[in-house]
Design a protein around this ligand. Structure first.
Ligand SMILES: [Zn+2]
Ligand SMILES: [Zn+2]
Length: 1014
């Protein structure tokens, strides 16, 4: 099929044919091709495929440009790993030019595998015309965007606390931060800070990051909270383990019991405001000059009494609240942590240690100096670097920011214009994210990425460059490459002071790159400006749920700042792919399902069908090779078998005779129309789940009802049956084409083939419906269902004919069944159908006490109550009334909830009931019925003999039977029937060689089947 699509150039043809039609714009969120594609990539890629296919069939022009994300830390990390580097120093020594050359090479390492997989899963996207974020044209468009933001005063440099990865040596933006929360176990350390004026009394503070105690600046309390001075009593108390008796500690009253246990004696209560200004001894003597208010008690508005002690230790540079507190109180800010996460020379014995390694040494030092009150462990969710998994630290440093907070209202307004799937994302996950917007930390001190186009002279004049041409205009030379280190060599001259301007060495956040794709993919506005405008905004984008803080955000933020509106109208979010036990897939657990294994075992349609219909796509999947196999078994196989049935019979039987449509034909056509209506309605709502399920129900109706009940007509070459089945197969295939593009094109090509591919056809329009007939058929099918269940309970094979079925049906339902009574008779294999209007006529209702309801009420009197109930008139309780009973001289009321109603069928009948519907079968089998049943068994045995002899369905045979007399007598009596069903041109009853021996109810049947001479 792939070859046929390539040969016939179906994908491009499907776009060409719609040129000039109303466009439907799709944006490809660019993946990174430096790793192999996984099952979750297949998920997003098939969802990116299905709606563009659908819209194309609906008559839209749907160009699809592929894209690749090429920059950023993930790429650098991969290369570092290969080269065995552990930090930035290694990269600088190796040389940035050479390092970036390796990144460039690495980033497209698996692009062939990606492209191959893309084709294999039937994701139609133009990989030959892809955009690459490393392309100089792309970078230039990104620069243009930054210059726009710069000119609006939204791109600024600031000293702020940022989440920082010491391994990668760079700050992370808040959306990157949100990607990496993980459970972690950190130290939990309680520390004493003795008061300068009263060294017997200590403030008790708590931290989970002991390393921040080395650059300790101050403590904060909540002035409005009550604090106490507590004296610890019994030294053996667990809470004061390791403490001498008499320890006197200041902490929040609300936390005394949790921290100190129940023992302490409260010496004094005071408001937090009474503590302000107190001086105390810092835990370490290495850095001391924090200014006037250093190492004093300050008022903080962030002090929590949820955990800790209500006395918050602060290292001014290491936290947003800390930094703000320090700035407000005029503290000197020291940051003795180097960019690689090690302490610098100001920190005594800890100098040179990584802060996280230093934790344990710091706790020991506190223990030695007597400052440690207690040390333990603390489990919490803590942010890690989303790429390298290192726990982040918070850290005050200079960074470039985009002031997204200045456009928060516009972001929220733009979000209102987006349709989200699932809907709750809009005001939930995404809306909250926007509500809590913080400025975008844009700069990265790294090597492989889009360079921040800001140049600065020695006087501190800055300029943001918006194009390559502007470099020349400002006196710079065109660089050999827009990346580092080449761009770093471009020197501009300052307009203000005439001095030399050099580039600020930072790169920008890679998420900014991908957020620029609406225009940068076209190199707009330098080229294709109109095209970019025409294809803005996207009608549809689709990615994994976690992109609410990634691409969904960067796309929105950039388009709102640049164009004042959202860059997408509809956004479909996809859930996680878990293993069958609900565990995340990971290499270390060995539960990763490789997409190629699934594709090779079950094919692309099966994988697509599974993703489209097994769940709502945002609910997440429990994925395995077997679950995909189920979709083959439950849907694709029945579909294929129905198609194969058609082909088989169409090939052997020239349709002939009258072409009059039957009720069944009209019914299945009406069902097709109903399904088409439903599928269009669902697909317009971006819902493959229920669109697919509607088609599956139709295919089930087609194969398990229409075809099964029409077999005889196909046999006889009834042209109406062939036409109907063909139309239904083609109709269903067109509805299915966007979901399972391979099998449907195969069916189309063979049954129709007017176009080079089904994917060049228009989506079907719903034809006329006969809802009355659909309803009638449903009533009959329900009755058949009950009748079959009755047979199963009576352990009677369907092949055994029965005298009579009794159906409870009145009015409209009775009319429906009467109209289609032949179907019912045939399906239940009964001679006649009788109608009654009440289930009572099928038997007698009996009342049984509901012990669970009555037991607690009556206890030991239950036997008498049970007897009284069985004497009641069931009809009264059936009407929902309450009746009185007298037990041991006492009156009680019994309601419908106190009893269960059991229908005892009439003698000789089997009844099956569901709600008000019921069907009873007369089980009496006389000799005549029995012989007919046996004749059917004989036919069944001969059919399998035919199959075993390798005969084709249309082959005529000469048939010889021998064996048990009763079987032969039955076959003789129904000789025409047996011969007709088995295509026997002659039927004899002796001399069978017994090529095939069958057993029917313990009786032997010898069967000889010979190909009849023509
Ligand atoms: Zn990292
Ligand atoms: Zn200057």
């Amino acid at each position: 099929m792939l070859e046929r699509w390539r040969e016939r150039d179906v994908f491009h043809e499907s776009i060409r044919r719609r040129e000039g039609a109303p466009p439907f714009v799709f944006y490809e969120g660019p993946p990174t091709a430096n790793g192999r594609p996984g099952s979750h990539h297949v998920l997003s890629r098939v969802f990116k495929d299905v709606f563009p296919r659908y819209k194309t069939m609906q008559g839209h022009f749907v160009p699809r440009k592929a894209g690749w994300d090429c920059h950023g830390l993930p790429v650098e990390l991969e290369v570092e790993k290969e080269l065995g580097f552990t930090n930035k120093h290694d990269i600088e020594q190796f040389g940035i030019a050479e390092f970036n050359a390796r990144c460039r090479e690495s980033v497209l390492r698996y692009i062939d595998e990606w492209n191959e997989l893309t084709e294999r899963i039937g994701f139609w996207i133009d990989t030959n015309d892809a955009y690459f974020t490393l392309d100089p044209n792309y970078v230039e468009s990104v620069w243009w965007s930054l210059k726009q933001v710069w000119e609006k005063g939204l791109l600024v440099e600031g000293n702020r606390v940022v989440p920082y990865c010491t391994r990668c040596g760079t700050a992370l933006s808040s959306h990157e931060l949100a990607l990496g929360y993980k459970d972690a176990v950190d130290p939990s350390v309680f520390v004493r800070f003795p008061l300068v004026d009263d060294p017997d009394v200590s403030l008790l503070a708590w931290t989970t990051m002991p390393w921040t105690l080395v650059p300790h600046a101050a403590v904060a309390v909540d002035p409005d909270v009550d604090y106490v001075r507590a004296r610890l009593g019994d030294p053996r108390s667990p809470a004061s383990a390791g403490q001498g008796a008499g320890d006197r500690l200041i902490l929040a009253e609300a936390l005394v019991e949790r921290v100190l246990g129940e023992d302490p004696e409260i010496e004094e209560r005071m408001p937090g405001s009474a503590l302000l200004g107190l001086r105390y001894e810092p835990p370490f003597p290495y850095i001391t000059d924090y200014g006037e208010r250093g190492h004093t008690v300050l008022a903080g508005d962030f002090v929590s009494i949820e955990d800790g002690t209500g006395v918050v230790h602060t290292g001014a540079a290491f936290g947003e609240d800390d930094f703000r507190l320090a700035t407000e109180n005029g503290l000197t800010i020291h940051n003795p942590v180097r960019p690689d996460g090690t302490f610098d020379e100001r920190t005594g014995p800890f100098a040179g240690m990584h802060v996280r390694e230093a934790d344990a040494h710091i706790v020991e030092a506190l223990r030695d100096s007597g400052r440690l009150f207690r040390a333990g462990e603390y489990e919490h969710s803590y942010p890690h670097c989303w790429r390298c998994d290192t726990p982040l630290i918070y850290y005050a440093k200079k960074n470039w920011y985009v002031r997204t907070t200045a456009v928060k209202d516009e972001l929220l307004a733009a979000n209102e214009t987006i349709k989200w799937y699932p809907e709750h994302i809009k005001h939930g996950r995404f809306g909250n994210w926007l509500e809590n917007n913080v400025d975008w930390a844009l700069s990265r001190e790294r090597y492989w990425g889009t360079p921040l186009p800001v140049w600065r002279c020695e006087q501190g004049h800055d300029v943001c460059v918006g194009s390559l041409a502007e470099l020349s205009e400002r006196g710079g030379e065109q660089p050999e490459d827009v990346h580092r280190p080449f761009i770093d060599e471009v020197v501009l001259s300052c307009e203000q002071c005439g001095g030399e301007m050099r580039r600020v060495p930072d790169l920008i956040d890679v998420w900014w790159d991908s957020g620029c794709m609406p225009f940068a993919q076209w190199h707009a506005p330098f080229e294709n400006e109109n095209l970019a405008r025409e294809r803005f905004p996207a009608d549809y984008i689709c990615e994994a749920l976690d992109q609410t803080r990634g691409w969904f955000y960067s796309l929105l933020a950039i388009s709102v700042m640049l164009f004042g509106e959202a860059s997408y109208r509809t956004c479909l979010c996809l859930g996680l792919i878990l293993d069958p036990d609900g565990q995340k897939m990971s290499k270390s657990k060995g539960n990763v399902v490789v997409p190629w294994d699934v594709l090779n075992a079950h094919g692309a349609d099966a994988m697509r069908w599974y993703y489209f219909t097994s769940k709502q796509p945002w609910d997440g999947y429990r994925f395995s090779l077997e679950t995909v196999g189920e979709s083959v078994r439950q849907f694709l196989k029945p579909l294929w078998n129905t198609y194969a049935f058609y082909v088989l019979y169409a090939n052997v039987n020239e349709p002939s005779g009258s072409a009059e449509e039957t009720e069944l034909d009209r019914w299945i056509r009406s069902r097709l129309a109903a399904t088409t209506e439903r599928v269009i309605e669902r697909m317009e709502d971006y819902d493959t789940t229920f669109a697919g399920r509607a088609i599956a129900e139709f295919v089930d109706d087609l194969s398990n009802w229409y075809v099964r009940l029409s077999r005889r007509r196909f046999w006889d070459g009834d042209p109406a049956a062939f036409d109907t089945l063909r139309d239904c197969l083609l109709g269903a295939s067109k509805l299915l084409a966007p979901l399972t593009p391979f099998v449907t094109d195969e069916i189309y090509d063979n049954l129709d083939g007017a176009e080079p591919s089904i994917h060049l056809c228009y989506f079907p329009e719903a034809g006329g419906r006969d809802e009355g007939l659909e309803w009638n058929m449903q009533v009959v099918r329900d009755a058949v269902e009950l009748g079959r269940a009755a047979r199963a309970h009576a352990k009677l094979k369907v092949r055994q004919p029965l005298r009579e079925a009794v159906v409870v049906a009145a009015d409209r339902e009775r009319g429906a069944i009467e109209r289609l009574e032949e179907l019912l008779k045939e399906e239940l294999n009964v001679r006649s159908v009788r109608y009654v209007s009440e289930a009572d006529e099928l038997g007698r209702f009996e009342l049984k006490p509901n012990y669970r309801a009555l037991g607690p009420r009556f206890g030991k009197q239950m036997p008498q109550v049970a007897a009284a109930i069985s004497a009641l008139d069931p009809a009264k309780l059936r009407a929902g009334r309450r009746v009185g009973v007298n037990v041991n001289g006492q009156d009680h009321e019994i309601g419908p909830e106190d009893v269960t109603m059991v229908l005892q069928p009439l003698e000789g009948y089997q009844v099956e009931r569901s709600g008000t519907h019921a069907v009873a079968l007369n089980l009496e089998i006389d000799d005549e019925l029995r012989r007919e049943g046996l004749a059917r068994e004989v036919v069944h045995a001969v059919q399998s003999a035919r199959k075993n002899a390798g005969l084709d369905v249309e082959d005529r045979i000469s048939l010889t039977l021998a064996g048990d007399e009763e079987l032969l007598a039955a076959a003789r009596e129904h000789q025409d029937y047996v011969a007709g069903e088995t295509l026997a041109t002659s039927l004899e009853f002796d001399g069978a060689q017994g090529d095939e021996r069958a057993e029917i109810e313990g009786r032997a049947l010898l069967i000889s089947v010979r190909l009849a001479s023509a």
